[in-house]
Write a protein that binds this ligand. Structure first.
Ligand SMILES: [Zn+2]
Length: 446
């Protein structure tokens, strides 16, 4: 079906008035009668805007023509810049933005799937304004779509990639030993939106950023987590104190060396972010080491594809048993290297201390597993991959626990100068949520 030309915009206004009238009367969703003849009178092929466009202050993308392609069951939108987008009928009907189909106060769909005809056709497709498309469905339900809303949801591979990158920021900046760890002011991040956004962007892209100048007392990681939303409670408590403790329930609570690891692979959903605030530092030793686990995994994939395949396909058992916030007996099965459906590395799960002696793999895969793990760990320990730093009191290091492996050199414990870090976990969903919110707020302010 080809649809028609509208050379004036009164139709759009009438239609919107109609919408308001319907809302007031709470009736079924039908356009008011006076809008119907206008639609019915038009018999031409393309629906496009004409010379009246300059009357409108058009911001964002604008549309030249719309067309329904009945055989393919697609609506084609031709943009002013000459490009075009295709939208399936079923998707358009499913995503009707009217107040019957969408609960605007929740920005959520109220249309039920049971109400959706997945084989729907369209009666009319109309370009109301350069920035608005209207569709009348066979049951005379009418939907309107804004041009910028449609543009953002274009199904072309390029547009989808751009949209996904804007939502998830999955492109990372990989690094080795030459990384200059980015730094920001703790107080500025707490009080300034731009500083907070820059912090979270660096946390996502680089995977690690220092915040300097935090008060040298407990409670700062909790304050920082409130900048995001809330922290992640685990069996080690809301926040936890990294100190040399008698009868330690975790290897971190000793003065010994900690080899490179991610925290908490004994959980099936390990914490995404870690904050560590240095309150007291050891005089001797206690330097920190970090490695970009994604970067090293990609090196392994190039240099030893078989080892990469083993570590990304074999499920390894992890265990953590004890008592802290309350008693716990945690068990998990994780890949050492998690990849997504496109083969991109998305999470490293590795802590040699909590890797279980129970190894649920066929006998003949045990040796290949050890050889593969050794190859990955040898690679991550190469000097070209390791960044070393020593925290000072008032430093808060914030890093991506799904990506970085971190470790610590042993230190000399002095009772009168007990090394003390306070830590907390957060999850990526909450951090990305705050990042998107800050980005929007700053866009509004500028
Ligand atoms: Zn609707």
């Amino acid at each position: 079906m080809w649809t028609c030309l509208v050379g004036h915009f009164s139709l759009g206004r009438l239609s919107r008035d109609g919408v308001r009238a319907l809302q007031r009367h709470g009736g079924g969703w039908r356009p008011r009668e006076e809008t119907r003849p206008c639609l019915a009178q038009m018999g031409c092929r393309w629906h496009q805007t004409l010379a009246a466009a300059p009357l409108h202050q058009v911001v964002g993308p604008s549309i030249r023509q719309v067309q329904a392609m009945d055989v393919e069951r697609l609506v084609q939108v031709k943009w002013e810049d000459g490009s075009h987008s295709l939208y399936p009928f079923v998707w358009l009907r499913d995503n009707c933005q009217c107040p019957v189909c969408t609960l605007h106060s929740a920005k959520a769909r109220s249309l039920l799937l049971s109400q959706l005809d997945v084989n729907t056709t369209v009666d009319q497709v109309t370009l109301m304004e350069p920035t608005k498309v209207s569709i009348v469905w066979p049951d005379q339900h009418t939907s309107e779509y804004d041009a910028d809303w449609l543009k953002k949801r274009c199904f072309s591979p390029k547009a989808r990639r751009a949209q996904q990158e804007e939502l998830f920021l999955n492109k990372r900046a990989h690094w080795g030993s030459d990384l200059q760890i980015p730094t920001a002011s703790f107080e500025e991040v707490l009080h300034d939106n731009k500083a907070a956004l820059d912090w979270l962007m660096a946390l996502r892209k680089v995977g690690i950023i220092f915040l300097k100048g935090a008060p040298v007392k407990q409670g700062q990681v909790a304050r920082l987590s409130q900048r995001i939303g809330y922290l992640r409670l685990t069996f080690y408590g809301h926040t936890w104190q990294v100190q040399d403790k008698l009868g330690a329930n975790n290897v971190a609570y000793t003065s010994g060396k900690l080899s490179l690891h991610t925290d908490y692979p004994a959980l099936h959903h390990p914490p995404g972010i870690q904050f560590l605030h240095c309150i007291t530092q050891a005089h001797q030793g206690g330097e920190s080491e970090v490695v970009d686990g994604f970067h090293v995994a990609n090196q392994l994939r190039r240099e030893n594809p078989e080892a990469f395949h083993t570590l990304s396909s074999l499920l390894v058992d992890f265990t953590d048993t004890g008592a802290d916030y309350c008693d716990f007996a945690v068990q998990s099965k994780n890949h050492i290297i998690d990849v997504d459906c496109d083969g991109q590395v998305v999470r490293i799960n590795y802590n040699n201390a909590t890797r279980d002696s129970i190894l649920d793999v066929p006998l003949e895969q045990v040796q290949p597993f050890y050889s593969s793990l050794k190859a990955y760990v040898d690679l991550m320990c190469q000097p070209k991959n390791v960044v070393t730093y020593k925290m000072e009191p008032g430093d808060v290091v914030t890093f991506d626990n799904w990506r970085l492996l971190h470790g610590r050199k042993s230190y000399v414990s002095h009772p009168e100068n007990l090394r003390h870090l306070e830590g907390a976990y957060l999850d990526w969903d909450e951090v990305m949520s705050r990042l998107r919110g800050l980005r929007k707020a700053i866009h509004r302010e500028s």
